[in-house]
Write a protein that binds this ligand. Structure first.
Ligand SMILES: [Zn+2]
Length: 503
């Protein structure tokens, strides 16, 4: 698929930059300079440029301009238009599925997932849709009030949402990142994650200095089981470098396996890109980064606790709608008030994070979740509509998309997280009939965490069952059955709705 990045928003007077943070302004000035437009400011359709622009720019006309270009990517009836290409992709996928004896491409893709078929995926997405849409409508009402309060004479449009949401967020929560960060120094968060694994599964982590590493920043830990036996090695590479990819992930240098009854211990690594420590101050993380550490550590536990015969089925070798369960469930402990009190200690005073700050973080956590859930679900349903079709898609792709959104009653102020012509996940990446997997996993982790909370945070029989039935099993069983064995029931989406404040 081609994508046009030709659009540039060039601003030549400083008063049109009202509201934008200094860092964004200087990045835009540098971008302009690089293009020979010294003294001006240049914004592009790249996310780090367009997203903060929509969030902070006071000038509504300019927000509208850049947003319109953004959501028309690949949809301008020129040489880079993607509409025909993606219709062909969808139809060829259907043809392939039919040759293999499946009624649709989604039926073919989903056969080996936890969801198993398109009906189950639609059932979950539809269950979440109505409460999410209702919440989003409430958020739109709040935004319209704010617009009126400012003297505006219009209803919220998609290019207003982010801007007014930011204003409301500031008014309501006054949550300052700099107030939070001292409680989340990297050593504190890392030890917090280790402590949770210790309380749940009895694991201990011993720093090793005699193991080869590929960079001096890399830390290595020997992971020991409850009885002191060797479970595996955990590498941690936390800081960015010029040659390193961005983002965060878990990877495995050696998968666990068994040969002639002997366990080959896994060698697992987690990689992040946290802000480096400055001077003698430790690296101070945002709460998002702290959650990321717990998340990747959860994937690592999946790899480390694996107890299967074949390395190809070890640890995270499971279907996409199941693989985020072990990682995302750890984020629940990271955010739990009682756990925060245990690990989130001020790096200087060693005092635990105050209750008032936890309360603020909790409130801010469910803010704007109507919007976030709706734009995500709209994209997931669009993905399913392309791939669950049992006859070829005919006619214009814009009409197909419009009809899909009309059917679910999407409001005008919100568009799908990805419109068809730039929905890379499903037309270029491996997420065709799979974009739903993110929220499917979140239903699982919310429900699984509820299994603990119903008893206690570190309930030993529950932890044991999670370890034996999920973490140890890798890809050796049917994920739906494995889950049911752990929980004694199918996952209930109500816990996700509660977590996102959509109940
Ligand atoms: Zn993950």
């Amino acid at each position: 698929m081609a994508e046009t990045n030709a659009f540039e928003l060039i601003i030549d007077s400083a008063n049109q930059l009202d509201g934008l943070p200094e860092s964004l302004k200087s990045a835009a000035a540098e971008e302009a300079k690089a293009k020979g437009k010294d003294g001006k400011w240049l914004f592009t359709l790249q996310n780090p440029s367009v997203m903060p622009f929509l969030q902070y720019a006071k000038n509504r006309d300019l927000r509208k301009q850049i947003w319109e270009a953004y959501q028309m990517r690949g949809n301008n009836d020129n040489a880079n238009d993607n509409k025909e290409v993606l219709r062909k992709i969808a139809n060829l996928r259907l043809e392939k599925a039919k040759l293999l004896g499946y009624p649709s491409y989604a039926a073919y893709v989903l056969e080996e997932s936890m969801a198993k078929n398109p009906t189950n995926v639609y059932a979950l997405l539809n269950k979440l849709w109505t409460p999410a849409l209702n919440k989003a409508k409430g958020e739109a009402t709040d935004i319209n009030k704010e617009i009126k309060a400012e003297g505006g004479n219009f209803e919220v449009a998609p290019y207003d949402w982010s801007y007014y949401t930011e204003i409301i967020r500031k008014n309501r929560f006054a949550l300052n990142e700099d107030e939070i960060k001292p409680y989340f120094s990297l050593p504190t968060v890392r030890e917090g994650a280790f402590a949770v694994a210790n309380k749940l599964y009895g694991l201990t982590f011993v720093a090793l200095n005699n193991v080869p590493v590929y960079h001096k920043d890399v830390e290595v830990y020997e992971v020991k089981d409850k009885d002191g036996s060797h479970l595996g090695l955990l590498y941690a590479d936390f800081f960015p470098r010029a040659s390193k990819s961005s983002g965060a992930w878990m990877t495995s240098y050696r998968n666990q396996s068994k040969k002639e009854g002997k366990r080959n211990a896994p060698v697992i690594s987690i990689v992040c890109n946290f802000t480096k420590p400055v001077g003698d101050q430790p690296a101070l993380l945002t709460f998002d980064e702290a959650s990321t550490l717990f998340h990747e550590f959860g994937h690592a536990l999946h790899g480390l606790l694996s107890n299967v015969k074949y390395k190809s089925l070890a640890g995270t070798s499971v279907s996409r709608d199941f693989v985020e369960l072990p990682s995302q469930i750890m984020e629940n402990w990271a955010a739990d008030a009682a756990v925060l009190k245990e690990y989130a200690k001020h790096y200087k005073t060693k005092e635990a994070i105050p209750d008032s700050l936890i309360a603020k973080m909790e409130k801010a956590g469910t803010f704007n979740q109507g919007f976030a859930t709706v734009e995500y679900l709209a994209a997931s349903l669009l993905d399913m509509n392309y791939h669950a079709a049992t006859t070829p898609i005919k006619g214009n792709i814009n009409a197909f998309e419009k009809e899909s959104m009309k059917k679910i009653g999407l409001i005008d102020a919100i568009i799908p997280r990805y419109r068809s012509t730039y929905f890379k996940h499903i037309f270029e990446g491996g997420y065709s009939a799979g974009y739903y997997a993110y929220i499917w996993s979140e239903v699982l982790d919310s429900d699984a965490f509820a299994a603990f909370k119903e008893k206690s945070l570190y309930d030993q029989p529950t932890a044991d069952s999670f370890r034996r039935n999920i973490l140890e099993k890798g890809g050796t069983g049917d994920p739906a059955q494995m889950y049911k064995t752990f929980r004694g029931a199918d996952p209930d989406p109500k816990y996700l709705l509660i977590k996102r404040g959509l109940n």
